[in-house]
Design a protein around this ligand. Structure first.
Ligand code: 6AU
Length: 262
């Protein structure tokens, strides 16, 4: 049996059971991009400008919608328009962590109504499997997908060993789960996508525990599928479009390197 990491994104898209993954893999192949940008900016104007600048080079735009100070419904309408015109998916990095009944309300309702516009969101499994069932009740009818935080990128993180294994077990058992946040490929049992944050071409970390590895390490060596890059792409003195192109190329050549090492 061919390992998933040895198949092309196009092949995996054709074979995948979840329509969202079929579309995501097809987008990755078409745009030759396994890059997600972490758009951690604090105003509507900055978020829209960043999404428009990096849009041509990404497969996923990752948001933290609750850090946008002037959030409104118009922001969502405009983000959706950019997602459609550039062809990327929106991943709201909400990191749900409560009981099923509570996350249902946080995901479907409240100020942000995340399930209405985010193709993908994520959660911790600390509360047990009920969190996945609660989120699935809201997201499944809308065709959404969930990532489990099987590992984290920060120094001293506690998601290791048996806890990581439990994430993998729950992901395999729940069809609403499309993959993981983590540093590597976790299972061959079904085609679960790994997205990896903590990726940088130059910096090694920040003052608050973030740790960076290179696209080549993450994609070619570890068999992850998508790199998530934030501050490596924007910030003082940086041309976000040029940096996104650079990371797009680095991520894609790491993917080609991995396929070539069959
Ligand atoms: O590239 P950075 O360090 O500027 O941004 C990394 C982004 C941030 C974090 O909230 C997020 O990735 N993140 C996550 C996610 C995606 O869930 C998990 C994790 O373990 N580490 C991490 O940095 O938006």
């Amino acid at each position: 049996m061919t390992l998933y990491s040895q198949k092309t994104y196009a092949e995996r898209g054709r074979e995948h059971a979840h329509p969202l993954c079929r579309e995501l893999f097809a987008t990755m192949e078409r745009k030759q991009s396994n890059l997600a940008v972490a758009a951690d900016v604090s105003t509507k104007a900055e978020l829209l400008a960043l999404a428009d600048a990096v849009g041509p080079y990404i497969c996923v735009l990752k948001t933290h919608i609750d850090i946008v100070a002037d959030f409104d419904a118009d922001l969502i309408a405009r983000l959706q328009a950019l997602a459609a015109s550039h062809g990327f998916m929106i991943f709201e990095d909400r990191k749900f962590a409560d009981i099923g009944n509570t996350v249902k309300q946080q995901y479907g309702g409240g100020v942000y109504r995340i399930a209405d516009w985010a193709h993908i969101t994520n959660c911790h499994i600390i509360p047990g499997e009920g969190i996945i069932h609660g989120l699935a009740e809201v997201g499944r009818p809308k065709g959404r997908g969930l990532l489990l935080l099987a590992e984290m990128s920060s120094a001293g993180m506690l998601a290791t060993g048996a806890y990581t294994d439990k994430n993998v077990e729950m992901a395999i058992a729940n069809d609403f789960v499309i993959g993981f946040i983590g540093s590597r490929r976790f299972t061959e049992e079904r085609d679960l996508i790994t997205m990896t944050p903590g990726v940088g071409l130059h910096a090694s970390g920040d003052a608050l525990g973030q740790q960076y590895r290179t696209p080549s390490h993450i994609i070619a060596e570890n068999g992850s599928d998508i790199i998530i890059v934030g501050r490596g792409i924007y910030g003082p003195g940086k041309d976000a479009a040029a940096e996104a192109l650079r990371y797009r190329d680095a991520g894609w050549s790491a993917y080609l390197q991995r396929l070539g090492s069959k």
